[in-house]
Write a protein that binds this ligand. Sequence first.
Ligand SMILES: O=C[C@H](O)COP(=O)(O)O
Length: 253
Amino acid sequence: MRDLIVAGNWKMNGSQQFVGEMLLALNKASFSEPVNAVVFPPSVYLHEAIQQAKAVKVGAQNLFYEKSGAFTGELSASMISDVGCEYVILGHSERRAIFGEDDLLVAKKVVAALENHITPILCVGETLEDRDGGKYADVIATQVKVGLSLLSTEQTSNVVIAYEPVWAIGTGQTASPLQAQEVHELIRNLVAELAGIEVSHNMSILYGGSVNAANAQELFSQPDIDGGLVGGASLKVDEFLAICSAAAEVLKR
Ligand SMILES: O=C[C@H](O)COP(=O)(O)O
């Protein structure tokens, strides 16, 4: 059975006080195995979040693929591994749209993460224009193919993919469970073509885009949706915990 992952991407939000309060509250909660709850604080708070986290794992929101050197403002994979990160979000649509990251750059980052034993969450997803123009399947296929293109089959087996339609991020307009399932199935079939059925069958594919406590269970009940990459709702502890419980409920059935 594939692990269900509930990943809370805090984006550029929070403070030392917020990190302390969130981790305190999360430490008091109980999470059903094998639901993996992971939080992604801004990088300046990674160390203290990792020191405080007991019940959840901690990941980074980005990395740069070079090992070290003159790359002002960047963090290497070995640095985020050194402080204890187990996951990293790569190719998020905000990185692609605001910071100009392309598929090949993202692919290099995926390699760097895996070489440092960090699980990359490779984000893919179409814009509203792509969807309305009927191009979404092609856009997503290219993002997946190039994003995984530098990996061996064994490396691919350690990747998590997150499908995040750009039009659903932070808008309150979630993809319907059927829309999401259609794309998740497409991604799983694509991974089967690239790396074989077994890798595809075992890969966790998360949905992201306005996930909340009210819609999580229906989304996670879809056969190819293995959890969520949650933005806004992960900043509210009760909401995040309710989403984790929704994942656990799906597992129980
Ligand atoms: O990384 C998370 C996604 O961008 C989703 O954000 P959202 O839940 O606020 O729509």
